[in-house]
Write a protein that binds this ligand. Structure first.
Ligand code: MN
Length: 372
């Protein structure tokens, strides 16, 4: 039995008294009459206490989005579920809209508030366990504490992993001090979704071009660079079971794999070594989603470069339109086997949904007839 199964078993046993068994029933319950039963995992929420952090993204987005997003983000009921139902989205993994405590300077405050978010989210998941899962919100200021909170969220709250909004106080997750975190994430088989955020400074590259500061450009390259720091620092060499997820079609990385391998041979490595070419770790340890990237060209590149087993559907609700994303994957120019992999099958495997489902009572399992 794998360690994660053991951990889940322990968590289930421990939680049985406090939580209804249904809290761990996993999706989807109506997939039999739905062709794809889509699963999405870059789907955001907000709670009022965290608006002060969210407001720091206003320079990155237009005024209409800033005004309209909080209402949609704070709804966990009719509005969110109606949009999901309309477009055959069976299950979404929810995460706090950034930057959250990644933008909090005070480590103790960040740790306390992250725990508050996770407890809140667990409450919402408990109300609709067949529709909602969760990614933990983590204060990365103190790596051992972040590892402990990740484990609490996965073991005790039934979350699928964590979502981190980029750097914290100017520090990136490849630093040695984060080894304890990666070791724990790998042991739990908990994927870490690296979500865009702003760097601590405002590089001259973007001066005078507010349109480049955010989703058009800076977020892609900030996040792609962060992921490459992990690759070249050897994080995935040391923790082969660690899994990173990148949104937005892999933040441009899939397009550049050949060049990473080629130029790694001639660049100034500063003493860095890797046993395998960079693309080996990117393909083995990174999965990508289609969030905010409804493009046949991008999807074909992701499937071919990363392998069809590493590409997953997502939306980026409410910042992107669910209908647009759903119609894109339903009609994308890919093989039917690839469509099923992207829409739900890869997510079930990478998020460990079937392992969670297997722990359910038979009454729960009977409803889950999928073609994963
Ligand atoms: Mn997002």
């Amino acid at each position: 039995m794998k360690r994660r199964d053991l951990l889940r078993g322990a968590a289930l046993a421990g939680a049985a008294a406090a939580l209804p068994a249904a809290a761990f029933v996993r999706p989807p319950e109506t997939v039999a009459d739905k062709p794809l039963g889509k699963i999405a995992m870059e789907e955001h929420f907000m709670i009022p206490d965290f608006m002060e952090y969210f407001a720091r993204t206003y320079p990155n987005i237009n005024a209409d989005i800033a005004r309209l997003a909080p209402g949609a983000l704070m709804d966990f009921g009719e509005q969110r579920l109606a949009v999901m139902d309309e477009h055959d989205v069976q299950f979404v993994v929810l995460s706090l809209a950034g930057p959250g405590v990644q933008a909090e300077k005070d480590a103790a405050v960040a740790q306390r508030r992250a725990r508050q978010v996770n407890d809140f989210l667990a409450g919402e998941i408990r109300k609709r366990p067949v529709r909602y899962g969760g990614f933990a919100h983590l204060a990365m200021h103190n790596p051992p504490e972040a590892a402990a909170e990740l484990e609490r969220c996965v073991r005790d709250l039934g979350f699928q992993g964590a979502l981190i909004n980029g750097q914290t106080n100017g520090e990136y997750l490849d630093l040695d001090k984060y080894s304890v975190f990666w070791e724990r994430a790998a042991a739990l088989e908990a994927p870490i979704y690296l979500h865009p955020g702003n760097p601590v400074d405002h590089p001259a590259t973007y001066a005078g071009h507010s349109e480049l500061w955010g989703p058009v450009c800076s977020w892609n390259f900030e996040t792609a660079t962060h992921a490459l720091r992990l690759v070249f620092a050897g994080v995935f060499e040391r923790y082969p079971k660690a899994k990173l997820i990148l949104g937005h079609g892999g933040e441009t990385l899939p397009f550049s794999l050949w060049r990473f391998d080629s130029r790694w041979q001639v660049c100034n490595r500063g003493g860095r070594t890797l046993a395998q070419p960079p693309s080996f770790y990117i393909r083995r340890n990174i999965a990508v989603t289609t969030s905010g990237m409804c493009s046949d060209e991008s999807l074909r590149c992701c499937l071919d470069a990363m392998g069809a087993q590493n590409v997953m559907f997502s939306i980026d609700y409410p910042f992107e339109k669910t209908g647009l994303a759903a119609q894109f994957i339903e009609a994308a120019k890919v093989a039917e086997t690839e469509r099923v992999q992207v829409a739900s099958a890869n997510a079930r495997r990478i998020l460990g949904l079937d392992r969670q489902t297997a722990a359910c009572p038979p009454s729960g399992r009977a409803r889950i007839e999928n073609k994963g």
